[in-house]
Design a protein around this ligand. Structure first.
Ligand code: ZN
Length: 106
């Protein structure tokens, strides 16, 4: 094969060009940047559900617009936030029912 940098003929098994030292390996595709907001939203979803939900929704929008990674993480943040809010609502409803029941018993 020939070096893609200097054009000299080099051994097919050579990892680097002996003439110019440039790697013969195909360049690794640039790693897709993970959206920062997606990470923030995911972490927040465990502590502050509403903040996590807002960040995750914005992160998904940014991932689409900028082609950044982290859309899956943002989706996880949205699901976790909604699940937490649903559980909190369920507890609230149970407490209200128990209180009404207790009031009615008196
Ligand atoms: Zn070379």
């Amino acid at each position: 094969m020939f070096c893609k940098n200097c054009g000299q003929e080099i051994d097919d098994k050579a990892v680097v060009c002996p003439h110019c030292g440039v790697s013969t390996q195909p360049e690794a595709p640039a790693a897709v940047k993970t959206n920062t907001l997606a990470i923030v939203g995911f972490v927040l979803s465990f502590f502050v559900a509403i903040a996590g939900l807002v960040c995750s929704i914005l992160a998904r929008k940014q991932c689409r617009e900028r082609g950044e990674g982290g859309a899956g993480l943002a989706l996880a943040g949205i699901i976790i936030s909604i699940a937490e809010m649903a559980i909190a609502l369920l507890y609230f409803i149970i407490i209200v029912i128990v209180m009404i029941g207790a009031a009615a018993a008196m």
